[in-house]
Design a protein around this ligand. Sequence first.
Ligand SMILES: Cc1cc2nc3c(=O)[nH]c(=O)nc-3n(C[C@H](O)[C@H](O)[C@H](O)COP(=O)(O)OP(=O)(O)OC[C@H]3O[C@@H](n4cnc5c(N)ncnc54)[C@H](O)[C@@H]3O)c2cc1C
Length: 560
Amino acid sequence: MTLTAPNGASRAAIVTVDDDPGVSRAVARDLRRHYGERHRIVRAESGEAALDALRQMKSRGDLVAVILADYRMPQMNGIEFLEHAMDVYPGARRVLLTAYADTGAAIDAINVVDLDHYLLKPWDPPEEKLYPVVDGLLEAWLASDHRPVPETKVVGHRWSARSSGVREFLARNQVPYRWYSSDEPEGRRLLAAAGADGLALPVVFTPDGEPLVEPSDADLAGRVGLATTPSKDFYDLIVIGGGPAGLGAAVYGASEGLRTVLVERTAMGGQAGQSSRIENYLGFPDGVSGAQLTDRARRQAAKFGAEILTTRDVVGLDINGSARSARFADGSAIDAHTVILATGVSYRQLTAPGVDELTGRGVYYGSALTEAAACTGQNVFIVGGANSAGQAAVYLSRGAKSVTILVRGPSPETSMSYYLVQQIAGIGSISVRTCTEVIAAHGSDHLESLTLRDSSTGGTETVDAQVLFVFIGAAPLTGWLDGVVVRDARGFVVAGPDLSVEGQRPRGWELDRAPYHLETSVPGVFVAGDARAESAKRVASAVGEGAMAVMLVHRYLEKL
Ligand SMILES: Cc1cc2nc3c(=O)[nH]c(=O)nc-3n(C[C@H](O)[C@H](O)[C@H](O)COP(=O)(O)OP(=O)(O)OC[C@H]3O[C@@H](n4cnc5c(N)ncnc54)[C@H](O)[C@@H]3O)c2cc1C
């Protein structure tokens, strides 16, 4: 089989790592014999050495198509190595080399590192057992979007709220970037090169090298390759919100031939995108990080032709005859036959004095993953008693000195899944304080301490705290739908049978049929996921409702 490489993809590397020098040489020899003319074969004898090589290649802008790693290596085994390698070259295809006895580990690795293949050693003859596999992987790699992403650099400061916001925005949109603190030599060098005084932070250097001082999310999106402007005026389906429900709707809508646009105001993934590990989503027995699930779903939606817009906040929904129109903050709008509202919920703000001023400077809302590195060796506090708080505690406990979960009620067990309560109980550095509220946050330019109140005794206490993560209750921000669709007292959108009161259809409903299951009080406007009244508040149900809403969109369009 002959593979041809498009421009720039020639001489993409195949990297192999095996701690046994003899085997390592043999693998490289077999690969060189078959692929040496078209690809560079890079060989390493430890995971560390291979990672160094990958990082160097990355900084040179080289392409890496396939990585083959031996499973049994000392210090860092093949699965651990591939997990790190994914951070450097997420698009490279991954293969684990195993002995027959380790097949179980290889199967487990399929989920952990999204393994493309495992190969049993020895693979003689390679023409039968090695080359067909690598050919298939190279073909898949060539067909994918494998261009190297030139690097974005962010120079900021840990206690600059906008620096924190920019990092979170880039991370949640899966835009790779390198972080430089403004008080480190390289950070100072970059600021000097940009002629920036370092008082206004962050300064972001986009891949084309141009510095942006304190950019807004929309400025950034346009510069790092995220689409913000619709390509058409009219679609079959507008999906509002890029969480699991919206992504699910976009995948099914586009894959079933609907001209679909997905509009997201910040970053794809919604709440799920902020989860360190979703353990209960079907098909992922080892869990999956929200970032990975989001990245796969976004690519899947794009593959089927869904148009994806970020940093576009929908502020109004207008009904003009059979057209439904989503209005943006700048006054522009897009029209479609149908709309799926998948706007989910947002964290409530903690209202204690001092919290607003210190947000982004030690106080964070749900951005545990981006800030995790800064928590190493610190006393971390988490407010909230639901799964999101529990997951963050488990994740942060790996590096933090201590993690204290502050729960307002008498126990987290009513709101947190049983598996998480058990996990937390088994981690010595996590403690749970029940009946406790934060009543003030203190600090000059960053968080230094918190005042806590024990609601059972009324007593207060001030504790040293450098980091506070807030994961409290969630509210649907649906004020912009006021007077358009029926919402319940808390702002959740009411749909389907729930709209009928004593057998009466909703006011203004003119069709001779009842609203479909996920249809709102406006025909052709559907709701899916957490934004729906009485929804399950789970990833799986949000994805399922997204898919189901598309089925109902078809039913609606057939009768249009
Ligand atoms: C940290 C964390 C961990 C979790 N872990 C789990 C778990 O392990 N298992 C599980 O089943 N569930 C978990 N959940 C709950 C789960 O993530 C949610 O149920 C799910 O994300 C709901 O999906 P959704 O698409 O309905 O809404 P969301 O995920 O809330 O997404 C809504 C999206 O719409 C966007 N949006 C809102 N308004 C507008 C507008 N006007 N214009 C444009 N865009 C808009 C938002 O920016 C957001 O991206 C977790 C939640 C959190 C926060």
